[in-house]
Design a protein around this ligand. Structure first.
Ligand code: PXP
Length: 247
């Protein structure tokens, strides 16, 4: 599996900036359109329980403005399940969510949350969404994802990125190999392997070169770069690095 690696652009932090002042600017809808024009293959949004960035009315607005598939990140709550069943995203991705965290810390404990997740995953799949679980690259979590019937697993790249950025390239390589192994194992289990979290221009290449991965989801770094070079250029550059790593 060495096809084109898809890029899902997470537009949450356009909404973070918008919400800092209230009002409509900057509009995540405009960001989704620019990302699409620059080579994104999907739009990712995380509707958090506290609505700190994306809010409910963004979902339909973004859907009607863009043809790209939508990956809706959500906590495993009855409220989010109801919203996802109504909205019917192409992919519904379960992520762990804590109110006090700044961003998603660590992967989902799919093994421990089996009984809560199982009926939710069934309902979403029967409703026409594919279901993804955001997990650590860990065989126990993968086995749990398989028994839950997940279509996709997104492996958390946060630890790899932190190690790499701290200059600990040896340990970063070990973590990259853990992600590569999990991706191979996922394919053998008929689960689509994806990855994301914290990726930057410097760290994306080594992850993009894992041939089994089908998609990377990237947000915060792209939005930060967009301040300096514009969103179109930031997404294009990320795409280029990903394509080079795959070539
Ligand atoms: N994947 C998941 C499951 C996430 O929660 C996030 C952050 O919302 C990302 C990918 C993207 O991470 P980042 O914004 O650090 O690129």
């Amino acid at each position: 599996m060495t096809g084109r690696l898809r890029l899902g652009v997470n537009i949450d932090h356009v909404a973070t900036v918008r919400n800092a002042r209230g009002g409509d600017h900057p509009d995540p809808v405009r960001a989704a359109a620019i990302a699409a024009g620059a080579g994104a293959d999907g739009i990712t949004m995380h509707l958090r329980e506290d609505r700190r960035h994306i809010v409910d009315h963004d979902l339909e607005r973004i859907r009607s403005a863009s043809d790209l598939p939508i990956n809706l990140e959500m906590a495993a709550t009855e409220e989010m399940l109801g919203i996802a069943l109504k909205f019917r995203p192409e992919t519904a991705m379960f992520v762990p969510e804590k109110r006090e965290e700044r961003t998603t810390e660590g992967g989902l404990n799919a093994a421990r949350e089996h009984n809560k997740l199982a009926p939710m995953i069934r309902a979403l799949r029967e409703n026409g969404s594919r279901v993804s679980l955001f997990i650590e690259p860990d065989p126990v979590q993968l086995a749990a994802a398989k028994s839950l019937g997940a279509d996709i697993c997104e492996f958390h790249t946060g630890r790899y990125v932190e190690l790499w950025l701290a200059g600990d390239h040896e340990l970063a390589d070990v973590e990259r190999e853990r992600i590569a192994q999990a991706a191979r194992r996922a394919v053998a289990m008929d689960i689509e392997p994806q990855a994301g979290h914290g990726l930057t221009y410097d760290t994306v290449g080594d992850i993009a070169s894992i041939p089994q991965l089908t998609e990377l989801n990237i947000g915060h770094f792209l939005m930060g770069e967009a301040i300096f070079i514009g969103l179109d250029a930031a997404v294009r550059k990320m795409r280029e690095i990903m394509d080079e790593a795959r070539a």
